[in-house]
Design a protein around this ligand. Structure first.
Ligand code: GDP
Ligand code: MG
Length: 696
């Protein structure tokens, strides 16, 4: 009669960090004892459990990568496996590193052990998109295979069931798929193992083939064992030595290396047969993508293609909600005008605040789309590539790729871009980059471009906006070249540009980044833009010319005469000579002046100035339409020159303050002065040059 509990002795083996301890805990729960391996301080854990009428006694072996080298852990493991002869070895494999881990599996099988291959970290394996034909894998390996997620406690039953099956079949020794180690050593192995078998006559604790492989490898422990235990030990060792010589002379390699390559080849073949569509790991995938995206010649055109797409989507998609917001602002203004008694305050609210803020609010969708695009480029890892692609271009201009990262941030907002110059190593690069980042069109300028491009270049608005952005980059590069040759000694730092792997951006991350940036824009609308609009309305309505008090406000000539009498009108007239050569009317000049506060204010100012004195029932007229009104005489050429001016002059006061903080007030003064001068000269060149060419 069988005893009530048969005992199965189990050893847990595996690479360090494969999850052995997790599996040990999963199997044994609280039934554990901790001690040391005899004579050494390596921890030894024992535990036990009952399953299906069996008592399992489990030992957690030290983590080891191999059984060939001689670290303490590997020695303990091998000695235990050879001398204690456990009934079952549970080999805990890190499935996420299958190839490397299977080396040990092969060695355990070579030892003739009964191995349950536990593919742990199965969650990570599946998460990586990898697939394995488990049935075929099991067949080819000749050992039962289970999958577990150790730290979540998944797979206990499967391990134990497999353990019971193996334990029961223990003496049958039915399977043992031969593990071939390659033609270079195979015939030697067969001959040597035959000789070993003859000498041992059935007393070997491990397969003769394993002993033969170890002797050819040159394993001193196994050689000593053969020498001491086998009757014909000396002859066998001499034969092994002859085989080693043969391997060396044929392959020119150390025999141990040839055997290791043989195991590696076995694992490779196994995976090739069973791993369905072997997944590219992330780094590999990134390398493949980079071969195209950072290609020497293709990289830049691809980047420009992405930008083209981004600006066109920004403009096209953004124009749908734009009309809704325009309608909403118009409706709100009309309701407020109806609800409140006719008074100066009502006019301030309707024309000043709702008109001003509303004219900026319509660009919210464009801004959000641009930010979404920038977040997408950043989160996917492509942004880092842009710096890499631009590195070569930047060197032509006395800059380098690392400066391009703050410059790219400048597409969002100049202030954080200025702060990002701190990451540059040399002071020269920091100052130089700080002077250039403001030409990277910040998102606050986008409303100006969208407004003018939409009003004067409706058919090609997206492309015109992109052109302006590119001209900004070009200006930055040319100025970089100029400054680095004149203002700075040429000392360039070298650096390593890290390229993180590409990854799919998460929806959540994208939305969070987009919202973070859009919120700043919203906050500006409720703050500085609102105040500036109200102030500008007051300044453009007072003082009032008493002679025109009773005149018809709807008469264009009267309204023009009225505004010229106000503070803004006088300021406008004063600055008019300075901007007349650029093709701008005085309202544009005033808007540019208010734009020092923030670039959105250029638009809100126009919203106030071009609506002032307007016929009250022309509510539906948008700012875009108003700008095209022949009364103001703005030509497409002047509009383009205006965008160039906005592109090149100081972004806003906050940015000016940030320049002072980063590089000092002298550079700040220089920065403001050259930018205003440059903006004027460039707009002048565009407008007058264009007129000479007959463009407007
Ligand atoms: P050992 O060095 O082989 O004893 O490995 P441990 O059991 O200490 O596990 C190493 C790490 O892997 C721990 O952080 C575990 O929580 C984690 N881990 C164990 N099993 C799994 C698994 O199946 N999936 C995942 N994702 N992590 C695991
Ligand atoms: Mg452990």
């Amino acid at each position: 009669m069988e005893p009530k509990h048969r005992t199965i002795r189990v050893a847990l083996a595996g690479n360090p960090n494969a999850g052995k301890t997790s599996i040990f805990n999963l199997l044994t729960g609280l039934h554990q004892q901790v001690g040391n391996w005899p004579g050494v301080t390596v921890e030894r854990k024992n535990g036990h459990l009952e399953h299906g009428g069996y008592r399992f006694e489990v030992v957690d072996l030290p983590g080891s990568y191999s059984l060939t080298s001689f670290s303490l852990e590997e020695r303990i493991t091998r000695q235990y496996l050879m001398e204690e002869q456990p009934d079952v070895v549970i080999h805990v494999v890190d499935a996420a590193n299958l190839k490397r881990n299977l080396d040990l599996t092969v060695q355990l099988l070579e030892m003739g052990l009964d191995v349950v291959v536990d593919l742990n970290m199965w969650d990570e394996f599946q998460g990586s998109g990898a697939r394995l034909d488990l049935k075929r894998f099991e067949e080819l390996l000749g050992a039962p295979v289970v999958t577990t997620v150790g730290h979540r406690g998944r797979g206990r039953e499967q391990i134990l069931d497999a353990g019971v099956r193996l334990g029961e079949e223990r003496n049958a020794r039915h399977r043992h798929v031969p593990i071939t180690l390659g033609t270079r050593v195979e015939h030697l192995l067969v001959e040597l193992s035959r000789a070993i078998e003859r000498a041992a006559s059935g007393t070997l604790p491990v397969p003769a083939r394993y002993v033969a492989a170890k002797l050819i490898e040159g394993d001193a422990d196994v050689a000593a064992w053969v020498h001491n235990r086998l009757s014909d030990g000396k002859t066998l060792l001499a034969e092994a030595e002859a085989s080693r010589k043969h391997v060396r002379s044929v392959t020119g390699l150390e025999p141990a290396r040839v055997i290791a390559e043989g195991r590696y080849g076995f694992v490779d073949g196994l995976l090739r047969e069973t791993q369905v569509a072997p997944p590219l790991d992330r780094m590999e995938l990134s390398r493949q993508l980079d071969r195209v995206l950072t290609h020497r010649y293709l990289g830049l055109p691809i980047f420009l293609g992405f930008m083209w797409l981004l600006f066109n989507v920004t403009f096209t998609l953004g124009s749908y909600p734009m009309t809704w917001i325009e309608a909403l602002a118009g409706w709100l203004g009309a309701r407020v005008a109806d609800a409140l008694p006719a008074s100066v305050i009502t006019d301030l609210i309707v024309d000043g605040i709702i008109g001003g803020v509303g004219s900026v609010a319509v660009f919210l969708p464009n801004i959000a789309i641009l930010f979404l695009g920038i977040s997408l480029l950043e989160d996917s890892g492509y942004m880092a590539r842009i710096a890499f692609i631009m590195d070569r271009v930047m060197h032509l201009f006395g800059l380098h790729g690392k400066s391009f990262i703050p410059m790219l941030m400048g597409f969002g907002c100049t202030v954080p871009a200025l702060m990002a110059t701190r990451t540059l190593e040399s002071r020269r690069d920091r100052i130089l980059t700080a002077l250039l980042v403001s030409h990277m069109s910040c998102s606050a300028r986008l409303p100006v471009y969208v407004l003018f491009a939409g009003a004067f270049f409706a058919q090609h608005a997206g492309n015109v906006v992109m052109l302006i952005y590119l001209l900004g980059v070009l200006a930055a590069l040319l100025l970089g070249m100029l400054f680095s040759r004149t203002l700075f000694r040429r000392e360039q730092a070298s650096f390593v540009m890290e390229l993180p792997p590409y990854r799919w951006p998460t929806t959540r991350g994208l939305l969070a980044h987009t919202w973070d940036r859009t919120r700043v824009y919203l906050r500006k609308m409720g703050g500085i833009i609102l105040i500036a609009s109200a102030l500008l309305w007051v300044l453009s309505n007072f003082p009032r010319d008493p002679r025109l008090a009773d005149s018809d406000a709807h008469d264009p000539e009267v309204s023009a005469a009225r505004i010229e009498y106000t503070v803004i009108g006088r300021v406008g007239k004063f600055i008019e000579p300075a901007i007349e050569p650029l093709g701008f009317d005085w309202r544009m000049g005033v808007s540019l002046a208010t734009g020092f506060v923030a670039k959105e204010v250029v638009v809100s100012s126009m919203g106030v100035l071009y609506h002032t004195g307007e016929n009250a029932d022309e509510e539906s007229q948008t700012l875009r339409q108003a700008l095209r009104d022949p009364r103001y005489g703005i030509t497409p050429l002047a509009a383009f020159a205006f965008m160039i001016f906005v592109l090149l002059y100081v972004p806003c006061v906050v940015a000016v303050i940030a320049v002072r903080r980063e590089v000092g007030w002298r550079w700040m003064v220089f920065d403001v002065a050259y930018q205003v001068l440059l903006a004027w000269l460039a707009a002048f060149a565009v407008y007058q040059g264009g007129r000479l060419l007959g463009l407007g």
